[in-house]
Design a protein around this ligand. Structure first.
Ligand code: G6P
Length: 605
């Protein structure tokens, strides 16, 4: 949510900033801009719309400065206009600032600054920051002190970076939203997220909350809010820069759907002892979870659907487990204690609602084990333990491959918990689960190569609404199918447990409401019955199951999945639904990788 980029020490500042912004566009794409320091002052270029609009706004020979900052925005305060785009400056353009987060006391600060004659040109909360820095510079503070005194006035959350006229330094700080410094060869970078500069360096230093960094052409230093130095630890990011590119694909989403077999091989790699079938997960050895009595999974969006799937697997193993929407966790009355294991599930590791739910659980005494994709992410740094899903970078705003890798990781974690926890009942058929997991990448490949999703997606594209139904493990898949469909097609899509259909939603059913029926597991026959009830009312039925022949009369269209263990059928069905959404959105000419109003990483509550 809002992407920040900065660079120091490269002689290609503007191209580097623009590449970084393109790489970060999944974080927000309402407006974008850059500011560079080139010895003659600070030059700022910004526009509403996508990063491409800023490219167009740049002069033919962009300024050749060696220090710059950039930003791609997901609006919170003020609509996406040129004026509200970042960077923001003070009236004399002595200070330029980019910011991700929300300054909660901005109206008080703005009133105070206006009272002393400052004029504001945007509706944003951010604009108070450059004004304040300039105010402290006017009081005679040196640059670093003016920046630190400004931070001291801010309430709320921020990742913020500033450049000051006549100074080749980026001043930046983190308080509640992510910021990472990249260490290149004679150059330094700053970003909200590593993919921004991954093609330039994989050596990084993550800022923690309350830390400030000075990034200069000959090095960088970190300090606390009082200016006292802090030791830094350089980490190596094990991601292939090629994975952040689109390759030969038109869209990241299709690439990410297609690469699920490879991603899943990495998720599974080395985690199952072939001789004994013992699961080992990132140091969580047998016995690790003996003292826990219940499990709370907290997550948002697609990750919530993976958590719901994981909770059902845990419940089947005799464990008291619930998946919670992270934004509601603190408001519900669930009992959390020292015997609770809280599992935040989050692709980015930065979703504010999920981090807040994790903090609530920890506060109430729970132990936290994060399931995430991103090394160095806030969740990985704050949780007691972390299990990485190893899906590789995901750029498309609509999550795809990370859902599959999250579910498989949770399935492995469920095995560990079932063996350790008192109430746990390890599955007797785990050998069969392992064999199915081993086949899973090939089974998904088969779906990818044989799917009829494109032609199914093109049928009934003008329908009034699209309904998705399933029971038990197929229910999270129906929910995910509907979410994916609405996210990228902008069409109305809803999901229901198939049994619920007859208790109200059936009133919606017409020949213009196709129903995607996910019929998997032992309960499939009930879903088939519910689909038949809807068909009798005229709804076209798209059947997603492993035995289409046996149900040839029911389905108007069929999306067949290979036979596998029932714990994994949902993952195969989900791939079919991902493809349906993709091809429907493509047919409707939607912005598939950057759907309107959304952002991949939502760092405000
Ligand atoms: C946003 C994105 C969704 C994502 C959700 C949770 O809403 O648009 O695609 O599923 O955040 O993100 P996380 O990084 O926590 O999995």
């Amino acid at each position: 949510m809002c992407g920040i980029i900065g660079c120091v020490g490269t002689d290609e500042t503007v191209p580097t900033l623009m590449d970084g912004l393109s790489n970060l566009e999944y974080r927000g794409y309402d407006s974008a801009g850059v500011a560079v320091q080139n010895g003659k002052g600070i030059a700022t270029f910004k526009r509403s719309g996508k990063v491409a609009e800023v490219r167009k706004a740049l002069p033919e020979s962009p300024p050749s400065g060696t220090v710059g900052i950039g930003h791609t925005r997901w609006s919170t305060h003020g609509p996406p206009t040129d004026q509200n785009a970042h960077p923001h400056t003070d009236p004399e353009s002595r200070v330029a600032v980019v910011h991700n987060g929300v300054i909660e006391n901005y109206d008080t600060l703005r009133a105070e600054l206006e009272a002393t004659g400052n004029t504001f040109v945007s509706d944003t909360d951010t604009e108070v920051i450059p004004h304040l820095v300039a105010h402290y510079l006017d009081q005679g503070d040196d640059h670093e002190t003016a920046f630190r005194r400004t931070l001291d006035r801010l309430d709320g959350s921020y990742a913020v970076a500033a450049i000051i006229d006549g100074d080749d330094t980026i001043y930046c700080a983190r308080h509640g939203t992510p910021l990472v410094v990249g260490i290149g060869d004679g150059s330094y970078f700053l970003a909200s997220d590593v993919p921004a500069f991954l093609e330039r360096t994989s050596e990084v230093v993550y800022l923690e909350d309350g830390e400030i960094a000075r990034i200069e052409p000959d090095g960088f230093s970190m300090m606390d809010v009082h200016g006292d130095p802090i030791e830094t630890e350089i980490e190596h990011i094990d991601w292939d820069p090629k994975d952040t590119g689109k390759g030969a694909y038109d869209h990241y989403m299709l690439k990410e759907i297609d690469t699920q077999p490879t991603a899943l091989k990495k998720t599974l790699e080395g985690r199952i002892e072939p001789e004994t079938g013992t699961v080992s997960l990132d140091g969580l050895d047998p016995g690790h979870f003996e003292e826990f009595e219940q499990v709370d999974l907290v997550a948002c969006g697609t990750s919530y659907h993976a958590a719901l799937y994981g909770a059902k697997i845990l419940q089947e193993a005799g464990i008291e487990a619930q998946a919670h929407r992270a934004s509601e966790y603190g408001t519900s009355s669930q009992l959390v204690s020292e015997s609770t294991l809280a599992i935040p599930v989050t692709q980015s590791g930065e979703t504010a609602d999920t981090l807040s739910a994790m903090a609530d659980a920890a506060e109430a005494g729970a132990t936290t084990v994060a399931v995430t994709n991103v090394m160095g992410s806030t969740v990985a740094r704050q949780a007691d333990e972390t299990v990485f899903i190893r899906a590789g970078p995901e750029i498309g705003v609509a999550a795809t491959k990370t859902f599959s890798s999250q579910v498989v990781t949770l399935l492995l974690l469920a095995r560990r918990l079932a063996e350790d926890m008192d109430d746990g009942e390890p599955r007797e058929d785990f050998d069969e689960v392992l064999a199915a997991l081993d086949r899973l990448p090939d089974d998904i490949q088969h779906v990818l190569e044989s799917s009829d999703a494109r032609s199914v997606a093109h049928k009934h594209i003008d329908s009034d609404a699209f309904l998705f139904i399933g029971r038990h493990l197929a229910f999270p898949v129906a929910k995910e199918g509907a979410l994916k469909f609405k996210e990228i097609t902008y069409e109305h899509a809803e999901s229901f447990t198939s049994g619920r259909l007859k208790h109200g939603p059936l009133a919606l059913v017409t020949p213009s409401t196709p129903i995607f029926a996910v019929a998997t597991g032992e309960v499939r026959s009930k879903t088939l019955t519910n689909a038949t009830e809807a068909k009798s009312r005229g709804a076209p039925i798209v059947l997603v199951t492993d035995d289409c022949d046996a149900n040839a009369d029911l389905g108007d269209y069929h999306l067949e999945i290979p036979e596998t263990h029932e714990l994994l059928e949902g993952l195969l069905a989900n791939v079919q639904l991902q493809l349906v959404s993709y091809y429907a959105a493509n047919r409707l000419d939607r912005e598939i990788d950057k759907p309107r109003n959304l952002a991949k990483s939502v760092t405000v509550e």
